[in-house]
Design a protein around this ligand. Structure first.
Ligand code: HEM
Length: 145
């Protein structure tokens, strides 16, 4: 009986054979096409993301403080070294007056300018700064111990 022949195939006619062979080709080609598309269209990094501008924009700190016209006026209105206009009224305070302002702190300048310098060291710095702006202050005399 032919139905029970283990070697019999479900392909009985030449048309079936041709159909199966064509389907096999089509399936293989579709598979190749899809694979090629997968490789070519793989999501890739945006090349513009690596431009210097984009990189530096990403590297920005989370926040930043800007002082208005900082270049012209010094940090938070600190009198700039050598800025005669800014120092002229201050020179009138004399070394002691200026030292008091620095020791106590003034405006955005913290007490002792945020340092642990001695009065004498702060005084020397003040003399240097004041004299850079046309002042004529004398070095403070060292405190006798
Ligand atoms: C050893 C370091 C420093 C010295 C000797 C010094 C000295 C001075 C002096 C003599 C004045 C003028 C004070 C007056 O007008 O009566 C001044 C003003 C000022 N300093 Fe300093 N300073 C020092 C550091 C700093 C620092 C670190 C800052 C910023 C954090 C700063 C910010 C200022 C500001 C904002 C003013 C203007 C204050 C105002 O007129 O409102 N200073 N400083």
């Amino acid at each position: 009986m032919a139905e029970h022949d283990e070697n019999s195939s479900f392909i009985k006619t030449p048309q079936q054979l041709i159909t199966i062979v064509l389907l096999a080709f089509v399936a293989a080609i579709v598979g190749i096409v899809l694979t090629v598309q997968l490789v070519l269209n793989r999501p890739h990094a945006d090349p513009a993301a690596l431009s210097a501008d984009a990189v530096s924009a990403r590297l920005q700190p989370v926040g930043k403080v800007e002082f208005s016209a900082a270049g012209a006026a010094g940090v938070a209105n600190a009198p700039k070294l050598g800025d005669k206009a800014a120092w002229a009224p201050r020179l009138k305070l004399g070394l002691n007056g200026l030292l008091q302002a620095v020791v106590k702190g003034k405006g955005a300048m913290p007490a002792r300018a945020g340092t642990s310098l001695t009065d004498h060291e702060l005084g020397s710095a003040i003399v240097f700064m004041a004299n850079q702006a046309g002042g004529n202050l004398k070095e403070p005399t060292p405190v006798k111990k």
